[in-house]
Design a protein around this ligand. Structure first.
Ligand code: AMP
Ligand code: GLY
Length: 429
């Protein structure tokens, strides 16, 4: 089979490695891919958002199956465009990807179908939103409606902060068109859990749970990033909570999307908060998480390509999706200054040594005549698996410390909150 994978981050490297385990994959292409994927895939110089270009190339090059990993091409309708050419693809159609593409859509869906989430109000008029904020309880959360690279969520402690957040979105258009509509929602507390799930629109099979570490600095300080590290499974996600999430959130979401005439196929990402009043949805994503994928897929024992094809063919119910009982930890090595401004082009050393202990997923790397250099904010994700979380964390850091580039930045506390929860020493909020 000839397979084309759309995207070029650490998540896509993890997907590519897993797809390659299936011997029927004769050719693997990545658009655009990255420096570390070049030895397992042929990288094509397309932007992941180039729907017309990628679709035409796939049709001209006998591609049998496309995996669309990032949110933008999914929300732009790449799966629909491929379907028009008769090419099957993993991922939701445009009318289902809106579950991530519009927070207002997602919140209205949850309200309509009784899926637990934070109380909210949505506005496309600044004056009405400002009047609402004047009488609302603080803290409060102000969210831009559309895709904003994970940056369109502002948690506001005071009314002044909330008014400034609103103004930045609706008046100053800091988030572009994404901020023309806003969701203002209740501030929730509790541990966060990411659950990725395969679905063919009727059946849903959750993957092993994970925990992201979104802030740039240790102890959850600094700015929000795309994710600085992950662990799986998430120790806060007990079998009882998993059962509740299945009944109250996962199955109702799939049923709701089908009832709306927007059946969701592919990977649906549930960003959950385990609040004192039970699990609630913080966000949906229409795709695999990054860097969640880098800890979830290494634990997948079933064949990824077979599972992906079953989501397209509607046969997920009969398809095996099993995970190893081991733990995994991914430490992200970023360019100092990420997520604001950083320099690139620095040579990377130590990859071979680190690769003996852990899997090194490339995100922002570029192959040059002089060797591999940094080319993005998140540069590498170093994932180790082991029978216990503690061993996985130790091994991931041991490997991460072997890799060097100028201005290398990593958090030192990935997994610490998970270990504290496991060992019952977590501070009670
Ligand atoms: P999102 O991009 O929607 O995942 O939001 C980014 C982060 O903001 C989440 O991972 C949470 O930590 C936080 N967040 C979002 N919504 C809320 C909320 N209603 N209450 C508390 N924290 C929130
Ligand atoms: N790690 C969070 C996300 O992929 O959205």
């Amino acid at each position: 089979m000839n397979i084309l994978l759309v995207g070029g981050g650490g998540r896509e490297h993890a997907i590519a490695l897993k797809l390659k385990e299936n011997k029927s994959v004769t050719r693997l292409y990545a658009a655009p891919g990255n420096g570390g994927m070049a030895d397992i895939a042929t990288c094509l110089p397309f932007k992941a958002t180039d729907v017309a270009g990628i679709t035409a190339w796939a049709a001209d090059n006998a591609i049998d199956f496309v995996v669309v990993a990032p949110d933008d091409p999914l929300c732009l309708g790449m799966v629909d465009a491929l379907a028009e050419k008769g090419i099957p693809a993993f991922g939701p159609r445009k009318n289902a990807a809106v579950i991530e593409g519009s927070k207002v859509f997602a919140k209205d869906l949850m309200r309509k179908y009784g899926i637990p989430t934070a109380a909210y109000a949505a506005f496309d008029d600044y004056d009405q939103a400002a009047a609402y904020l004047q009488q609302a309880d603080m803290p409060i959360v102000v969210k831009a409606d559309g895709l904003a690279l994970g940056k369109g969520v502002l948690i506001c402690q005071t009314r002044e902060e909330a008014m400034a957040a609103l103004s930045s979105m609706m008046k100053e258009a800091k988030f572009g068109a994404s901020g023309a509509r806003v969701v203002i929602e209740e501030f929730l507390t509790g541990p966060e859990v990411s659950v990725l799930a395969f679905t063919d629109g009727k059946t849903i099979k959750p993957m092993v749970s994970s925990m992201d570490h979104k802030r740039a600095l240790d102890h959850d300080e600094g700015l929000n990033t795309g994710g600085m590290g992950t662990i799986a499974p998430n120790p806060c996600y007990t079998p009882e909570i998993a059962k509740r999430c299945m009944e109250e959130i996962f199955l109702p979401t799939i049923a709701a999307m089908a009832a709306e005439g927007r059946p969701f196929t592919g990977c649906l990402y549930f960003g959950l908060m385990l609040t004192p009043k039970g699990p609630k949805v913080i966000e949906y994503n229409c795709r695999f998480g990054d860097p969640e994928t880098q800890v979830v897929l290494p634990l997948l024992q079933s064949d990824l390509l077979t599972v992906m094809l079953s989501t397209v063919n509607g046969t997920l119910a009969e398809t095996d999706v099993t995970f190893s009982p081991d733990a995994a930890c991914c430490v992200v090595l970023a360019s100092g200054g990420y997520p604001v401004s950083y320099q690139s082009g620095y040579p990377i050393t130590g990859l071979e040594e680190a690769g003996k202990l852990a899997t090194v997923y490339h995100a922002g790397t570029k192959a040059t005549a002089e060797g591999l250099v940094t080319s993005g904010g998140r540069v590498l994700g170093v994932t180790a698996t082991a029978p216990t979380l503690r061993e996985a964390v130790d091994k991931a850091y041991q490997a991460a410390d072997m890799i060097y580039f100028t201005n290398r930045h990593m958090r030192r506390d990935i997994g610490q909150r998970g270990l504290a929860a496991l060992e019952g020493t977590e501070e009670k909020a």
